[in-house]
Design a protein around this ligand. Structure first.
Ligand SMILES: Nc1ncnc2c1ncn2[C@@H]1O[C@H](COP(=O)(O)OP(=O)(O)OP(=O)(O)O)[C@@H](O)[C@H]1O
Length: 358
């Protein structure tokens, strides 16, 4: 593998009839980067991937791959290889046949084809399956073959459209690690579509979170998780999910506070990006692992979910439910009081009207 292309999407717009799916979308993917397009069903991530592949025409804007404007080039001329959710294998061909077919059609010498198929099969641990047909394979094995078929192409960019969503949870986790290993080994440019935030957090160098025709936030998994740009990103990423409490911003004796019915939390130490007027409606967001036991904020345990390695306690904070991560050994009984602290530097505050991070 030698080719590693960058990808540049500039002002791309796509509509289906009256439905606008992508609006003036810009995105730069670096050479060797693993970029994940993450978002809820219908947000346009597959449409964007298909536009990069050349399977859908753009109505405006440009697509550049490896320094070439490929906006009007056929998929086969774009130096890409794609892996689909549905595997799309030829049922009558063996695994070897499936993996070599594209190269044969392209007129590659058979010795070179054999070399590439053997190398990809070894990497994906499917060497012993080369003479089987797709019907004789499990779902996980089929997807390995589909990935192998993309790898032998030695493309400048690999595109994955939800490749793991047809697999059960355990296989998904297994193959996820394989894909990550593959990326480390090949340092290939990969663009990967998923609606699974765990997949995005574990695989990506950077994540583009999409909703409502645009990219809501582009950042490393850490940035997306720690400093979500808005309430949507905050609620979409993280499992168990962030808890939200609507309230207002107050100033007491010169210090900033969050206030809601039955809740007063100090905000000194929160890195405000905006100046706020006292009384401004804001929403507080806190992740379960950031709620600390033993503070001045009174709360009570309503319910406890054991999760194996730890427990998730559901607290009532004023009128609002807030979840808190507890160690597996912690004694937590429904009904018990649980005074807490909300560390200001770990909190997330959002403008109540726009949802933007403050
Ligand atoms: N060929 C098409 N004709 C009309 N509408 C389409 C077509 N393809 C997609 N759409 C619409 O465009 C929007 C974006 O679809 P897209 O498949 O890109 O979403 P997605 O984020 O990949 O979702 P999913 O995870 O469900 O595939 C959806 O509202 C979908 O209904």
């Amino acid at each position: 593998m030698t080719k590693r292309c960058d990808v540049s999407i500039r002002g791309v717009e796509i509509s289906f009839g009256a439905v606008r799916v992508l609006e003036k979308l810009d995105l730069e993917v670096a050479q060797s980067e693993f970029l994940v397009l993450l978002g809820p069903s219908g947000c346009g991530k597959s449409t964007l991937l298909n536009a990069i592949a050349g399977l859908i025409d753009v109505q405006a804007g440009k697509v550049w791959i490896g320094g070439r404007n490929v906006t009007w080039e056929e998929p086969k001329d774009r130096d890409i290889a794609m892996v689909f959710q549905s595997y799309a294998l030829y049922p009558r061909m063996t695994v070897r046949g499936n993996m070599s077919f594209g190269l044969k059609v392209a007129g590659m010498p058979s010795a070179e084809i054999e070399k590439r198929v053997a190398a990809a099969a070894a990497m994906l641990k499917i060497t012993e399956l080369l003479d089987r047909r797709p019907a004789e394979l499990s779902g996980g094995q089929r997807q390995r073959v589909a990935i192998g078929r993309a790898l032998v192409r030695d493309a400048g960019v690999y595109l994955f459209d939800e490749p793991l969503s047809n697999l059960d949870a355990q296989l998904r986790a297994e193959l996820r690690v394989e894909i990550k290993r593959l990326h480390h080994r090949l340092a290939a440019t990969m663009i990967y579509v998923t609606h699974d935030q765990i997949e995005a957090l574990t695989l990506a160098d950077r994540i583009a979170v999409m909703k409502d025709r645009v990219i809501q936030q582009l950042g490393t998994p850490n940035e997306i998780y720690r400093t979500p740009a808005n309430r949507f990103v905050a609620s979409f990423v993280g499992s168990p999910a962030m808890s939200f409490v609507p309230g207002s911003y107050e100033v007491r004796e010169g210090l900033p506070w969050f206030h809601a019915e039955g809740v007063a939390a100090p905000l000194q130490g929160y890195g405000f990006a905006d100046r706020l007027q006292p009384g401004a409606p804001i929403e507080l967001g806190v992740r379960p692992e950031h709620v600390e036991a033993g503070g001045d904020i009174s709360a009570a345990i309503e319910m406890v979910e054991p999760m194996g390695s730890d427990q998730l306690a559901w607290l009532r904070l004023g009128k609002h439910p807030v979840s808190m991560r507890l160690s597996a050994e912690a004694v937590a009984a429904p009904g018990a009081p649980m005074p807490i602290r909300l560390p200001p530097d770990k909190l997330n505050l959002f403008d109540a009207a726009s949802g933007r991070r403050l």
